[in-house]
Design a protein around this ligand. Sequence first.
Ligand code: PMP
Length: 434
Amino acid sequence: RIDPEPPETLLARRRKVIGPSLSISYREKLKIVRGRGPWLIDHTGRRYLDTVNNITHVGHCHPHVVEALARQAAELNTNTRYLHGAMPHLAERIAATMPGDLKVVTFVNSGTEANELALRIARTALAKKDTVVLDWGYHGNSGGTVDISPYKFKRKGGFPQPDFVQIAAFPDPYRGPHRGPDSGPAYAADIDRCLDATLARTGTGAATFIAESLSGVGGQVILPKGYLADVYARIRAQGGICIADEVQCGFGRVGPAFWGFATQGVFPDIVVLGKPIGNGHPLAAVVTTPDLAARFANGMEYFNSFGGNPVSMAVGHAVLDVIEAENLPARAVTTGEALMAGYRRLADRFPIIGDVRGMGLFVGVELVTDRDARTPAPEAADHVVDQLRLRGILASTDGPDDNVLKIKPPLVFGPDEAAILLAGTEAALSTLPN
Ligand code: PMP
């Protein structure tokens, strides 16, 4: 059953029929034909350690998830206009992981769709579109989510910043204008500037605030202590609504706290779930309060052809089963700490490592050419990623300067895999010119 076509001709065919805006990793392209746990296998049978795919949360092709999907696909798949137990049951299981009043769940098919719905709920309740986002934030690929994603619209090819969007300073305690773990209040103060602009535009300062609870796209940045609590207080003081985007950091990646927002001690009004919830199957969700859900039900029906279908629900249940049965959040903490300790040991030998940070298996290693000036080293980061690939390890970079090695593997990545990654990184760093 193995597709025998070599990568070179496949690439040529792909280029003819698939648009060039869809990028492919690496100069020498990989043809991946199989996945197992934290491993991907190419067309020659060579295996690569996957250190980046946070979507396949419980491991590539986890047998319990595959079995649940296949069983349900053989039995029934339809939309949500008939009663079927799997959807409310999955909603109950997800709601049980959330604090306070976050109890109403809507299932959709991607993080983009979930953020679109979250924005619609908040904007309907506020009767205005005004939205405050973090600089360098990314929330999806649709027109509406690109509008609130400086990561996209500020770069080449974007439309200008919409007048209903305000951009708050990105709270990066390593590189930003305020430094250190106690920089939260200094960054949060910038929210007032955004709310003043909203007030000037609309006559009230009420706005929707959306942010990742830990920033993946910003380069694996752990928000400074107290940041979100301070921001949420400022937003709510003006009657605004707070959305937590947990698409990258949710579902136990940061440990038993389970959600990134919990590590900041806040209760969002709306939580957006994606990627890990379906382990690669297109599934995402929005969780909100009964009050906001009721205000959204203003007479306009919300219908979604595929959202909440029984096959997706079977997958969602199976993913939660595995997270619980394999104790993945606790394991993420142990492995993540071992990994960060290993990177810190490497930092003693390689001054190019400027910062090692993370929580659970959400880890970033920032490379700099000068530790005092914190000058970003994107070429070195690129070189390390290429060298890791030669050693059978798939990695990636992110952040405004593309100089952060981004480690967010499937949570089944354990101590053995951490040791492989550390040894590979040490070898890759050793090939950098002095
Ligand atoms: N929010 C965040 C933080 C993301 O990282 C992404 C995807 N990279 C999205 C939303 C959009 O999710 P999707 O690609 O499933 O539409």
